[in-house]
Design a protein. Sequence first.
Length: 323
Amino acid sequence: MTTSQSSPATTASSAARLTGVVPPLLTPLTAEGEIDMVSLERLVAHLLEGGVDGIFALGSSGEVAYADDARRAQVLEAVTGFVAGQVPVIAGVIDMQTDRVLHHLREAERFGLDGYVVTAPFYAITGPEEIDTHFRTIAAAADGPIWAYDIPVCVHTKLSAAHLLQLGRDGVITGVKDSSGDDVGFRRLAAANRASGSPLTLLTGHEVVVDGAYLSGADGSVPGLGNVDPAGYARMHRAAQAEDWALVRQEQDRLAALFEIVFQPTDKVGPAAGIGAFKTALRELGIIATNNVSTPMSPLEGEAVGKIRTILEQTGLLGGAHA
């Protein structure tokens, strides 16, 4: 496999206003815990056939927190090769502090990506000044646009609307991937963004209230559940663009019912439950070969698997109604 280069249609400048459905790509694993390239290629094809507008590799759903440098490079080389310029590919360069992120950035730049996703620093305590320096330093070093990833549950810092807008007006970031779960905060950010001339594109990662995010002013979504049903999120996005709010609600209600898969493993929390459920669903759909997750997590087994299969049937994914 050779290093991918972006086509003219998906250069960094054209991807800077990335909108629509941009799922955070899962990383399928073999029984031995290695990257399952055959399953990864099928998953990428599943997303492209579902009508996604971009792919976000090495995000939380891609188990980036568990990936060493070699695995990150394997994922990026494979994904950019499989996508082959059909849609923009952006990648997480996520780590605890600025120098570590710069290292990942330099490694990722080899793969002709369309931009990078960056969280606030974490583990070492930081304040507004350090967070501002973090984003400005990374943006100055990057060869493409930067999206700020607001995920306070993991980094323990909530990025403020005022700070994000200042970074946007200064050209430091092009957009926000909002996984804060703070719907009031997102609506305030969207209103302030409009009032400032929309310097940012706003993408929600809140799978079950994407409809509300569109009404607030979201430009699209980055749904982990979009790995399982990319076509459903693509239909919802098209309906929102057409202002067909009845269809938006219909699609969101079905996707919310599908999201119940993450609540079936009652003995797991966090990514072990969420990513585990997504991978289990994709295995049941025949798209990936195993539902293995990174150590120290363990895959879903037993009763939860049967319940997930039932939900797939009820929401039309097993049986062909929405496939």
